[in-house]
Design a protein around this ligand. Structure first.
Ligand SMILES: Cc1cc2nc3c(=O)[nH]c(=O)nc-3n(C[C@H](O)[C@H](O)[C@H](O)COP(=O)(O)OP(=O)(O)OC[C@H]3O[C@@H](n4cnc5c(N)ncnc54)[C@H](O)[C@@H]3O)c2cc1C
Length: 815
């Protein structure tokens, strides 16, 4: 089937599993592109043919849930379009809870489902039994039921997608292996195959577990790890009938589905088996590993307890196959930061069948537009960094994520493997002062500090964590005295060049081309006017800018800036993250402390808000940025890495007279919620415009300066607002907000929380969330109503606030 392999195609998709076929289908159907798909073997021969076929939809990200919902909608109608059966059956899915924490998790999931527009209800053990009589329910607290989940035949869907792709003009070739890529000027120019070269504008690699090694041929890092995953297929069983709900029994780490009158069951073991950290063999097609009954024994034992009738049922077949898993359990989509026009769709963590329809849809949009069509941060390839090139680290973290697949997911839980990996120069000092660390993009960061007598470790729960009171003390220190935060992990870039101001002016929504010494908070918008990045830009000299952004956004923001600098400008972007340590000194006494350690004038007149100066501290040159993310007087101090310890010691020593405290990231979270500062990735995303987020003040629409996203922002400015980010409070301290709680206005759902937490100064629960209405969202409309939040499936009264809850410049706390 290699006859007619063209020498040119607009887009080449590599891999004919379910993901590649869905991507080709959408590229052809929605964008009418000239698309060629190649597979080394035959379609479905990788992981797709042996998948179990369960299709679930709910994820913790609204966008990813939307992607999975799209899959279900597509699978329902694909047969009608293509004439090929897909095996789709909307059976619903039961999830079983065997303990109190799991039950809370399910109640929270039910609320998340409601927030995202999905139906999920909670059942008693008796109701569960009535739906699935073969099941033992005496150990259940209850179950959740999502009626629109289902199951499908993975190979049949793939063949239907392939046929649909051909019907819309795509050309599919089997038996054509990709052997490499030709790059020109940092962009992909051609795909090399065993049957010749295909010149192309763009490439999309959907090569499943081979994606890592294939992308490496172009210098692109795709951190995934093949892991062995097993299930068995039983003989027919009395009482098992077509249309029965699929079942997930996470406390016993198993799942079940009906198949031709018998059951398919498998599980996620805590001791998973990586397949290979070397290359995946090229000829591994339609192959399985040998049955591994010893390893499967744990799932068998658990399944027998749940469904005793299995004890007298024969096993027809074991499937032991590999699948590409990732270090955080989410798949990998998007344009590689290393190479232009090189896209990836891989690492589907055993939910590739559930994801494929929607993943193909958004990936095709992304490939054609060059921008993600909705907030896909959770699966964005730019969430990784050079750390993830380390295969051992990636394997260990991936196995940990796999092992946690069915564990109760507590809020704020941290991974344990591969740590510590990247540490700031203050690591040992902070550790000695009883820091409890979390990890972000490989960096160890202090989340909180345990006082003497308190064990420095997280104890997770759905209530208040063991850190609650201690974070409160750090929060109060920042509000009432002064606190020092180690933020050395901040991503830092420099842009230099004759045209640096022009380049940054084009990319930023705020006016950053101010006089040297200025500091500007800005967003960067996509062409739809959605927020792609939010960061601060300091102008150090006419041709020299310093850019600071969040730790986790390093790869993403760097790629976005570099990608959008207009061609031909003299503006070089360099990542200088590891060159600088960062200490944030925040609180009403911050100036007093800083004045003790520097000869520079740090008075408000000499060093006003939103400026930057080079000052001396303990003999070191420090870039001081007058900025705050906590709503207090303060400075971010950026200094050469090697003097970070000396500066830290000087500040701690000078601060002792002012009651200085060390504080961590959990305190920052409560401080910023009180001040209503938005967090990118949660409150502001590519789905949201600055105006909707209440950040219209930071967009230079009043100037006539051109910038990326201006046309969309202008158009939106004259239209009524359909959504608006608001602050909510809940007085009851027994309620815990964690994000994704449903917002009810006068009894009707109007949105959900994007962030949630506790504000120690206002002594209330705080949530941020978009209220939506097609009628426009005036203050009158917002304020003339009563509000409730659905928290863990129960409604609680809430209060809406249009402005921030806390504002120190007005010396007041909103009551
Ligand atoms: C035991 C098991 C059970 C599972 N159960 C479920 C389930 O119930 N529900 C669910 O949603 N998911 C499930 N999955 C996961 C699902 O199978 C995968 O997520 C999905 O099939 C991944 O599809 P893919 O297209 O990314 O990869 P693949 O199907 O592996 O496709 C990759 C393709 O790339 C081709 N290729 C590789 N190298 C080259 C090259 N050099 N040139 C050209 N082509 C190349 C290969 O030939 C292959 O066809 C399960 C997985 C396993 C292992």
């Amino acid at each position: 089937m290699t006859d007619g392999l063209p020498g040119h195609a607009e887009i080449v998709v590599i891999g004919g599993g379910i993901i590649g076929c869905s991507t080709a289908y959408h590229l052809a159907r929605d964008h009418k592109t000239d698309v060629v798909l190649i597979d080394r073997g035959r379609l479905t021969g990788g992981s797709t043919w042996h998948a179990a076929g369960l299709v679930g939809q709910l994820r913790s990200s609204a966008s990813i849930t939307r992607v999975l919902r799209y899959s279900v909608d597509l699978y329902k109608k694909l047969e009608q379009e293509t004439g090929l059966a897909t095996g789709w059956r909307e059976t619903g899915c039961l999830r079983l809870a065997c303990n109190a924490d799991r039950w809370i998790e399910f109640k929270r999931q039910a609320t998340t489902a409601h927030s995202f527009g999905l139906d999920m209800h909670l059942l008693s053990p008796a109701e569960t039994k009535a739906r699935w009589p073969l099941m033992r329910v005496d150990d259940l607290v209850g179950a959740s039921f999502m009626p629109t989940d289902g199951q499908a035949s993975p190979s049949d869907i793939t063949q239907a997608l392939a046929k649909g792709a051909r019907m819309h003009g795509a050309k599919l070739f089997e038996g054509v292996a990709c052997t490499g890529f030709d790059l020109e000027n940092g962009r992909v120019a051609a795909v090399r195959t065993a049957h010749g070269r295909i010149r192309c504008e763009k490439v999309v690699v959907c090569a499943g577990m081979w994606t890592r090694q294939m992308a490496a041929l172009a210098g692109v890092s795709v951190p995934l790890q093949p892991v062995k995953h097993q299930y068995v297929v039983t003989e027919k069983m009395d009482g098992v009938v077509a249309g029965m709900a699929t079942v997930r029994d996470p406390d016993r780490r198993t799942y079940f589905k009906e198949e031709v009158g018998g059951l398919v069951f498998g599980g996620y073991e805590p001791n998973p088996m990586a397949w290979t950290t070397a290359g995946v063999p090229e000829d591994f097609e339609f192959q399985l590993f040998d049955d591994d009954w010893d390893h499967f024994e744990q799932h068998m034992a658990a399944a027998l307890v749940r469904i005793p009738a299995l004890g007298s049922t024969g096993i027809k077949q074991m499937i032991n196959g590999p699948e590409a898993f990732t270090p955080d359990g989410n798949f990998i989509l998007g344009e590689a930061p290393e190479v232009g026009n090189f896209f990836v769709g891989a690492g589907f963590n055993a939910f590739g069948i559930a994801s494929a329809g929607g993943a193909g849809w958004v990936l095709a949009d992304w490939v054609t537009a060059g921008e993600q069509p909705l907030d896909l941060w959770a699966v964005d390839i730019r969430r990784f960094s050079s750390l993830h090139k380390d295969r051992t680290w990636t394997r260990d973290r991936t196995l940990e994520a796999y092992g946690k697949h069915y564990a109760v997911a507590y809020p704020l839980e941290e991974y344990a493997s591969g740590r510590p990996r990247i540490v700031s120069p203050l690591y040992e000092r902070l550790k000695k002062r009883r820091a409890v660390f979390g990890s972000k993009l490989g960096w160890e960061r202090a989340n909180w500090f345990a006082p003497e007598g308190v064990e420095p470790r997280d104890i997770y729960s759905f209530g208040r964590g063991n850190w609650f009171d201690h974070v409160g003390a750090e929060h109060r220190a920042a509000r009432e005295r002064v606190a020092l935060f180690d933020q050395s992990s901040f991503a830092k870039f420099e842009m230099r060049g004759r045209d640096a101001a022009e380049a940054l002016s084009w990319i930023t929504a705020n006016d950053v081309a101010k006089a040297p010494g200025s500091l500007v908070y800005t967003q960067m918008l996509n062409s739809r006017g959605g927020i792609e990045c939010d960061l601060t830009v300091a102008r150090l000299a006419a041709d020299h800018f310093y850019i600071v952004t969040g730790t986790g956004f390093r790869t993403h923001d760097f790629a976005w800036i570099r990608q959008n600098v207009p061609a031909g400008l003299d503006a070089e972007l360099v990542d200088v993250t590891e060159n600088f340590g960062t200490l944030s000194l925040f609180g009403p006494c911050a100036r007093d402390v800083l004045a003790c350690v520097t000869r520079a004038d740090v008075s408000n007149g000499a060093f006003p808000f939103a400026t930057t100066r080079e000052i001396d501290i303990a003999g070191a040159k420090v870039r001081a940025l007058r900025v705050t993310y906590v709503g207090e007087l303060g400075w971010e101090l950026h200094m050469p890495l090697e003097v970070t310890g000396t500066v830290f010691d000087a500040l701690m020593s000078a601060g002792s007279a002012h009651g200085i405290a060390l504080a961590g990231y959990r305190a920052i979270e409560s401080l910023r919620l009180e001040k209503g500062y938005r967090a990118w990735g949660a409150d502001i995303t590519p789905n949201d415009s600055p105006r909707e987020a209440g950040l219209g003040w930071a967009v230079k629409l009043k100037s006539d300066l051109p910038f990326l996203g201006r046309a969309a922002a202008e158009m939106a400015a004259s239209a009524p607002l359909a959504k608006r980010l608001m602050t909510f409070t809940v007085d009851d301290p027994a309620v815990v907000l964690a994000g994704r709680e449903t917002i009810f206005r006068n009894g009707l759902p109007v949105g959900y929380l994007s962030s949630g937490g506790w504000g120690y100064t206002v002594a209330r629960n705080i949530g941020l969330g978009y209220v939506r209405s097609d009628d426009g969202l005036t203050n009158d409309y917002l304020e003339s109503a009563t509000y409730e939040l659905e928290v863990a499936a129960e409604r609680v009264p809430a209060e809406l606030h249009i402005g921030p809850l806390y504002d120190p410049t007005m010396s007041r706390i909103k009551a």
